[in-house]
Design a protein around this ligand. Structure first.
Ligand code: 3PG
Length: 207
């Protein structure tokens, strides 16, 4: 599958920083039950790669992406663990070459978006979405750069997701709000399924 096809599978990609590897599969199961099957596991904890491995092996309906990919070494390790693609907060040269899994590079400004586009990357992460200008910034970027498609991430939650999703250049949004650390620690999988369900049906944007 192409990257844009993965991003079309659900309106939101949960951004998961998993501390206890035992949480990985039940957490993924709870999110999938709520309709979110594309999952970003950030490489920020010692449990991250094993979490990717377990989810990829045990839940075939999950589409597992690695997040916080900062180097080609991260990209290789993520691929070996079973990630189908990856997200990065920024753009480095290794992402322009054919790698073991495609990386969605992060950009935050029109110049960065133009540099990525010039090198053939037209599906990008907009990060950090809210601090970098939010939906207004993405709307403005669509005028001169209509061929670019984004997954905005960073500061998105149940209140502002719909505003991003209403834009023509947004494929889906990413965020941690669907899996609050407290609910994960408590093993409150039902409430996480509820948050995922709500994320699949974001409130309409009032003009
Ligand atoms: C991140 O890198 O942590 C993601 O962009 C998620 O951001 P959020 O916690 O603001 O949703």
């Amino acid at each position: 599958m192409e990257i844009r096809e993965y991003l079309a599978l659900a309106p939101a990609v949960p951004v998961l920083t998993i501390v206890d590897v035992a949480d990985a599969v039940p957490l993924a199961r709870a999110l999938i039950a709520g309709g979110l099957r594309v999952l970003e596991i950030t490489l920020r904890t010692p449990s991250a790669l094993e979490s990717i491995r377990r989810i990829a092996q045990e839940l075939p309906e999950a589409v597992v992406a690695a997040g916080t990919v900062l180097s080609s070494g991260d990209q290789e390790r993520a691929a070996r663990a079973g990630a189908r693609f990856a997200f990065s907060p920024g753009l480095l040269d290794f992402m322009l070459e054919e790698g073991p899994v495609p990386v969605i590079a992060g950009v935050a400004t029109p110049s960065e978006a133009m540099r990525a586009r010039e090198r053939g990357l037209t599906t990008l992460k907009f990060f950090p979405a809210v601090p970098a200008g939010g939906a207004g910034m993405l709307k403005a970027i669509h005028g001169p750069l209509p061929d670019l498609v984004f997954c905005p991430t960073g500061g998105i939650d149940s209140k502002n997701a719909a505003e991003f999703l209403a834009l023509p250049n947004v494929a889906c949004v990413g965020g941690s709000w669907v899996a609050p650390a407290k609910a994960v620690q408590a093993g409150d999988w039902n409430s996480i399924t509820g948050l995922a369900r709500a994320a699949c049906a974001p409130a309409p944007v009032t003009p």
